[in-house]
Each structure stands twice: as C-alpha cells, then as structure tokens.
Design a protein around this ligand. Structure first.
Ligand code: SIN
Length: 358
C-alpha cells in the first residue's frame, strides 16, 4: 500500500473514531440520570451454597447489583448509593425518613430524571406507600425487588432492575405517583400488595390490576392509578412518626390485645378485621372505649381485596371509628401514622382516608 493510501486510511479511521466519540457523548447527555438507592432485600441476597434454598437478604452492595446488569447504561446514566443493607422485615420509620430526605434532594435536583429504590419484597408495598404520601411530586420514583436471591439460577432481580430503570427514565412515568415494578408489571404504590410467599408472580393490585406492563421490553401504561388527588404530607425534619399498631381479628377474638396496644402507647390502632372490617363484640367494646379516650381506631380488613365502607355492618358514627376504604391494614397503618402528625380528630382522619380526597 502506498504511503498516501496509508495516510488516507489513518485519517478515515480517526474521523470514524471521532464521530463515534461525539455520538457516544451526545447519547450519554440525552440519557436521563437515574439514581439507584439500595436498601437490601432478596435482590441483594446471597445463598450460602448455590442451588440451596437458604439465603441471606441484603448482602450485596449496590455496586455489585449494578455491575450485574450492564444494559442499565444503555437506558440511563445510572449511579448507586447505599441507604441500608437490611431484610425488609427490619424496615422502620428511621430508615424511611432517611430515604425520604435523600429522595426529596434527588427529585429537586434538575439533573436527575428519576429514582429507583431496591428493596426487600416483604414490606416493599409499605415503603412505596409511605413514599407515595410524602415525596415531593412528579418525578418517577420506582421501587423494585426480587423473589430469588442474586446468586440463584434464574434470578429475577436483573430484569426487574432493568425495567425499573426504564420506568424511572421514561417521561411518561411522571405524575403517576410512586410505582412498584416486578415480573414485567408496574403497580401503583397505593394499590399493590404481596399475595404469595414464594412465587415470582406475587405482586397484585387486587382492586384494579397493574397500571402498566412490559411487552417485549416495551413499557406500556394501561391506566392511571385509582382515585384523583392523593393526600400529601410534608414531614420536614421529623425524627420519628406516631406509634400505630395493628390488631388482627379472628374467631374467638378477645379484647386483651386491643387493650395491650393502648398500654404500649399507640396513638392509633388499625383493625385487620374479618369481612367488611368487623370484629367480636368484646373487641368492639374495647376499641370503642379507646376511641372515646382519644386513640384513633381505623377499621380495615384481613380479606385482601375490596373496600371497607362506613356504617355498613358497624356503626362508625356512634362508635367513633374510621373506615379504611381501599387500604389494607399495613397501608392503613401508614396513612394513620401520617394523619396523626396533623390531627387526632376521627372526622378529619376519615377525610384523609375518603376517596373524595384522592
Ligand atoms: C425481604 O423482604 O427483605 C426478604 C424477602 C424478599 O426480598 O423477597
């Protein structure tokens, strides 16, 4: 090859390389920034021995979780931060408040397009709902977990995480409230619940179904979350939240646990009632006595779907109770905690729970 041809070849190569660099950096600038906040859970879980069922949640650091899914970088400019390394059975008000403060900083940062939170599945619906009620609005905040540990054959975490980042990066995810993404489905924080102890398809929104799904990698929203405007609470620098306990109704229910919860200092009680939020006569008398003394009593249901409405089987007006509407006991507990930061008047608490206020 002549020197001239070699020179032309070198120029051509440099031009192609320069163009690739330019396009590459322009592409990076176009990809939104998505910050991944890790809290632990099975998505960060490790088995002692591959192939065995036993594992410990919350073992892998965020960098290891991100490194397992290189495709993330084709969707967004991702970075990770470790907020906690716990199984979500140990999630508590203090971690929630820390997470909330960091998310509010991020959603108020113009450079950030969205936030993903990795979380254990056992209480993911609770953290999602807490954030839905408290995060400064509009930018996508997506919670994601996995049913199989990161080291398992067929781990579901990598695809779930990729989908969560796709959701957080998508402009059409704005204004939909906090979302939960697992197994190619997207659920609204208010509606979603865990329905199976071990299956990968465990998350469902029993009253209305998912708000969106992935088909062949494409994000599709199929409906808006139930209700209109949702209540919103500004918590500022609070260091804790009011104590609210849940009591579980069953055949032969006694009043003892109701009275014990009040002695523990609970400012509110949620009944996981039978059927339409019902309870034994003894428990009802004990709850009515507490309501008279100023403890706020919310009737929810252990059934798993449907609404608990006022004054149907139980005379809420006379007994001073609040009906949870579509909220299951664990979510009613959170809304009551937040409502109690503003009022302990049952009528005002009921207004926060009522559909007209959503
Ligand atoms: C947990 O909730 O931390 C353990 C279970 C899970 O993530 O699936």
């Amino acid at each position: 090859m002549s020197n001239h041809l070699k020179q032309v070849g070198r120029w051509t190569l440099s031009l192609v390389f320069g163009a690739w660099l330019l396009l590459g950096s322009a592409g990076a600038a176009e990809r939104p920034q998505v910050v991944i906040l890790a809290t632990g859970g099975t998505i960060a879980g490790q088995q002692k021995k591959p192939g065995e069922a036993g594992y410990t949640a919350g073992q892998l650091a965020v960098d290891a979780i991100l490194a397992a899914v290189p495709e993330l970088h084709t969707v967004a400019q991702v970075s990770g931060e470790q907020i906690a390394s716990i199984g979500s059975q140990d999630m508590n008000d203090q971690v929630w408040l820390r997470l909330l403060r960091r998310i509010n900083e991020l959603v108020n940062d113009q450079a950030v397009g969205g936030v993903v939170v990795t979380h254990g599945t056992d209480t993911i619906e609770e953290t999602a709902f807490f954030l839905d009620l408290t995060v400064a609005r509009n930018k996508p905040v997506v919670l994601v977990g996995a049913m199989r540990p990161a080291t398992a054959a067929g781990a579901d975490g990598p695809l779930n995480l990729l989908n969560a980042v796709r959701i957080a990066a998508a402009p059409e995810s704005r204004g939909r409230g906090v979302l939960v993404a697992l197994n190619e489905e997207i659920h609204s924080a208010r509606e979603v619940t865990k329905t199976n102890t071990t299956e990968v398809q465990t998350f469902r929104s029993p009253n209305a179904g998912p708000v969106g799904l992935f088909t062949a990698g494409h994000l599709r929203y199929v409906r808006a979350p139930l209700g209109g405007g949702r209540p919103h609470f500004v918590l500022g620098g609070r260091a804790d939240l009011p104590l609210v306990e849940i009591v579980y109704a069953h055949a032969n229910m006694q009043a003892g646990l109701v009275e014990a919860s009040a002695r523990l200092g609970a400012r509110g009680l949620v009944l996981a009632g039978v059927g339409n939020g019902n309870m034994s006569r003894g428990a009802m008398d004990a709850l009515a006595a507490l309501a008279k003394q100023g403890t706020v009593v919310v009737r929810s249901s252990r059934v798993g779907s449907g609404w608990v409405s006022r004054n149907v089987e139980v005379d809420d007006d006379t007994l001073g109770f609040v009906a949870s509407q579509d909220l299951n006991p664990q979510k009613a507990r959170i809304l009551l905690q937040l409502a109690l930061t503003q009022t302990s008047d049952p009528a005002r608490v009921q207004a926060v729970f009522d559909p007209a206020n959503r």
